[in-house]
Each structure stands twice: as C-alpha cells, then as structure tokens.
Design a protein around this ligand. Structure first.
Ligand code: ACM
Length: 533
C-alpha cells in the first residue's frame, strides 16, 4: 500500500514538474521529475556494470554514445570523471509489475540506470541515449539536464510491420529501421516477406521461390529478383535481438500467393481477373507438404517461435476453387457448404503444422472466425471498419494486437493536402490520430484488456517505391506510434507537449539524412512521388 502511495506521489510531483519542463524523451515516461543539476558527459566519463553479464549492453551503450555524440567513454573509471552505472537488481523497480520497467536517477556526478531485467535495462539505456542525442555538444562535452525517471510500458507488443514484397528495401535500410524502432522502444518487427508482386525469403528446398518469385515489384513486374538469403535473415534477426526486438516473419496464405505460384504453378489454386493466380490449392495434399517444408525452414531462421500466416482477403481470388476437382472432392468429403469453410479448413491445417513445430500462429482478423487453441494464437485486428472482429477475437480468448487501418496503416496519407497514398473516403492517418490512439472507446472489461498484447503500425508499400517515400510516410509517425504503444489509458496525453518534444527529434531525423514529413510545416518539402500506376 505504502509503495503504491509513494509511486502516486512521485507521479503527481512529476506531473507538476512537467508543467514547468517537458522531458524530451519519446515515448513520454510514466514519471519524470527534473532537477536543477546537470551531468557532464565527456571522454572522462565511464560506464560501470553491476554484473559481468551486462558488459554486452555496456558496450552497446558506449558504441551508441560514440555514434550519436562522438564521445568515447573511458574504459577505466577515473575519480575526476562522471559515472554511468548500469544496475540489474530485483529491488530497483519493485513498484512496477512489468519486467520491462526501469528507472534512471541522475545527479551531478552519476547516472544510475536500473532495472530487474535486461529488457528493462535496455529500455532505460534507450531513454538515456535520447537525452544524449538531443543534448547540445560543445566541443566533446554534453551537459545533460538531470531527471529522476520511473518508467514501464503499457503494452508488451509494440510493433511495426514492413511489406517488402511490393517494394524491396534491403538489409542496410532494414538495420536503420531497426535502430529507429529501438530508439522508440518498439520491440516487434513484423516482416511481410511474401505477397503478389514478389517472394523475398530464400527457401533452400524450393529455390525458384526467389529466383523466379523474387522477380518484380509493385512498380515494375520485370525488375531483377530481390530477396534475402538465409544468411542475411540470420544477420538481421541477430541485429534486432541485440536491440531487444523480436522479428516475426509473415508467409501469407492461402491468398496473396501470386509470387509463389509463378515459381511453382503446380500448387496454385487460381485467382480472379484482378488477382490472377492469387491462392494456393487447398484441395491438393501436395500443397500442405510444400507449405510445411517452407514453414520448417522459416521456423529454423526465426527464434521468435511465431509465424504470421496471413489468412487475409482470400475472397479476392478464390473464385476458381469450386472448379478444381480436388477441391470439389474435399468439400464433398468434409461436407463443406461454402468456400469460407474451405479457407478455414486450410488455415486450421496449417496452424496445426505450426503448433507441431512449437510455433505460435499469428493471423489477420479474418481468422478470428476459426477455432484454434487460444494459448497459441494471436489475432491482428486490422479492419477498422469491422471493430466486431476485434471484440470477437477477444471473446474467443485469443490474444490480440490492435493495428486498425485508421490510424495505423502508414500507407494512408498524413495530411489532407497529400495526393500520394490512401484515404478511406475522406479519412486518413495524421500524426495526431496516431499519437492519441487508445482503446478507451471500447470500454473493454479487465478480462479483455488482458488479452490485448499491444499496438502495431503497418507499412504497406504499394506507394513506397524508394527510401525517400518510406521515410516520409514513417517519420514522424513512428514517434506517435511509440506513444500509443508504450502508454495506455492511465496517463493523460497532450498533443501540444508531444509536438514540442518532437521538435528536437525532427532535428535528429535531419541529421540522419531522413526525408521526414514536418507536420508543423506541411508544405516545407515536396511530397515524394509514388509509382505511376
Ligand atoms: C491486410 O491489410 N490485408 C491485412
């Protein structure tokens, strides 16, 4: 009781404090109290760890400070220099129930970052790195304003999805994206690797998936094959893991299979005029063993032990199913009355395949209709116009991630004047809606709230044929996403203060050479052009 009371007082004083001073960290910490002290960071400063197993994280901090502020910290603590201490201790964050909680205590001579887990400590380091990156560097010396911070996330799943089937960005851009995700405490990278235009993951058993399926993109169906080798995938997964980011691959099925079907047409279930060869053939046994082989290789590359199987928009191209003799036989044998039942049967079988590999299944909200084990299934609610799918998923006991198109599809424009990108009637996805998003309008019961794993934004890339456009659509909405995903309904939001904090972050985007959108000056840069078609 005493602890709850003292934390409440701490938060109260922090809120009073923040009326005078806006802590520049994004997402805003749960509680941040300023003091009048300043901490001097220069080449005499050093890092100390409470446990040898923290050397890795200390080296990471030191490398990032060097990268962001060109200051190389001393390896040996000196009496004259200031000290950054990294402390792993169960006691430090006992007020928080989150394993990802952390605290930062700063004064003139020391900074103590403390947490009860390495994930928590990493979050603390991220906050510290923001303070370092945003401070003015005077000839190799940073004078950091001191803060007392206690922080913990509202959601454990803070995700970003990138579609590389429609346009391919490559390993270097991905690493930069992972760095920015880490900077904003986003911790799930959902990698959409297969779809209509191209297949982007090397599969050793089926090399044509990439040599043929990898050809083309949304702008140019004849563009040379682009894809990730298995070694590159391992490299990215390791890079992300070092930043406490889990990578979840998506192998979309039974729809959005066009690129795979170009490579291995024997497993195609046909398509429609608008979406030719869009589906896998659900009536053919060989399809299930083919996809099982692909999933085995996928699972071996991604230690997340979860794979997204899509399951979306199958009706875009399953019109030929009733004409396939093997599908007819399947429907007769299993007494299926329509194609939706065939689709759900297909997903149930592929889900079982995943569970046998000790992987969890992720799927889009169409699959909230399938009966699957609750503890092994995660549903992503994307259709903002179908909130009933979100509720249904939770009523069935599935863990859910909220990524409704509005405001979390970043292929939607962010300003009414923008012409490149989507709108839904007149609705789009401005920064303010991303920042302000919460689930309060659903009045979820405590039981349902527990099933919400978190929040995610999805970058579909039909209109993003180059890095400049990707940057423009992602920055600064990534900062708004971080606020929506880190905080929940318990802390009040203030868009005006957020925009003040954002100002410094826009400077960091400029330094990094990103072609970001400035919401305060929408006309200050040309909107990059998307593909012609
Ligand atoms: C989706 O946007 N088709 C998940």
């Amino acid at each position: 009781m005493m602890k709850v009371f003292s934390l409440s007082l701490f938060i109260l004083f922090s809120l009073l404090g923040s009326a005078q001073k806006n802590c520049p960290i994004i997402p805003q910490p749960l509680a941040a109290t300023p003091s009048s002290d300043q901490f001097k960071l220069d080449r005499h400063s050093s890092i100390k760890v409470s446990d040898p197993k923290l050397y890795g994280i200390a080296n990471y901090l030191s490398a990032e400070i060097k990268k962001n502020a060109s200051i190389e910290l001393a390896t040996q603590p000196s009496k004259a220099g200031s000290l950054v201490s990294l402390v792993l201790s169960a006691n430090k964050t006992q007020n928080s129930t989150s394993a990802e909680a952390y605290s930062i205590d700063m004064n003139k001579g020391s900074i103590i970052v403390a947490a009860s887990s390495e994930a928590g400590l990493y979050n603390g380091i991220t906050s510290l790195l923001q303070l370092v990156s945003l401070a003015e560097n005077k000839g190799g010396t940073l004078m950091l304003d001191c803060w007392q911070i206690k922080d913990a996330p509202g959601y454990g799943w803070r995700g970003l999805m990138l579609d590389e089937s429609r346009h391919f960005f490559g390993l270097e851009k991905l690493k930069s994206l992972i760095d920015w995700m880490a900077f904003y405490k986003l911790n799930r990278f959902h990698w959409h690797l297969t779809d209509e235009p191209g297949w982007r993951m090397e599969v050793k058993k089926y090399p044509k998936l990439t040599t043929i399926g990898g050809i083309g993109n949304f702008s140019d169906s004849t563009a040379p094959a682009r894809y990730y080798t298995q070694d590159q995938i391992r490299e990215l997964v390791a890079y992300a893991a070092e930043r406490h980011i889990m990578v979840i691959p998506e192998i979309d099925m039974p729809g959005h299979a066009t690129a795979a079907n170009r490579a291995y047409p024997e497993f195609s279930g046909g398509g429609s005029k608008a979406h030719p060869e869009f589906t896998f053939n659900p009536g053919k046994e060989g399809t299930y063993s083919y996809l099982t082989d692909i999933l085995k290789e996928t699972a071996s590359l991604f230690p997340a032990s979860m794979i997204h199987l899509g399951g979306d928009e199958v009706n875009f191209g399953n019109q030929q199913w009733p004409l396939i003799p093997a599908v007819k036989t399947l429907m007769a044998e299993k007494k299926m009355k329509d194609l939706r039942e065939v689709e759900l049967y297909f997903m149930q079988r592929m889900a079982d395949t995943l569970y046998k590999m000790n992987n969890k299944l992720l799927a889009w909200d169409e699959m909230a209709d399938v009966e699957l084990p609750r503890d092994k299934t995660i549903i992503m609610w994307w259709r903002h116009d179908k909130p009933e799918q979100f509720i249904k998923a939770m009523e069935k006991g599935y863990t859910t991630v909220a990524c409704p198109r509005i405001p979390f599809y970043f292929d939607f424009v962010q300003d009414s004047s923008h012409k490149q990108g989507r709108k839904w009637q007149k609705a789009f996805a401005p920064l303010e809606s991303v920042y302000a998003f919460d689930l309060s309008k659903f009045n979820l019961t405590a039981e349902k709230q527990k099933l919400v794993a978190g929040i995610q934004a999805n970058i579909w890339t039909e209109t993003m044929q180059n890095e400049q456009r990707l940057d423009y659509m992602l920055f600064p909405r990534i900062a708004g996403l971080a606020e929506a995903a880190w905080r929940n309904n318990n802390t009040p939001k203030d868009y005006g203060l957020f925009k003040q904090r954002l100002q410094g972050h826009l400077g960091l985007y400029a330094n990094a050479g990103l072609y970001y959108f400035d919401p305060s000056a929408p006309a200050s840069k040309l909107e990059p052009l998307g593909p012609k078609k």
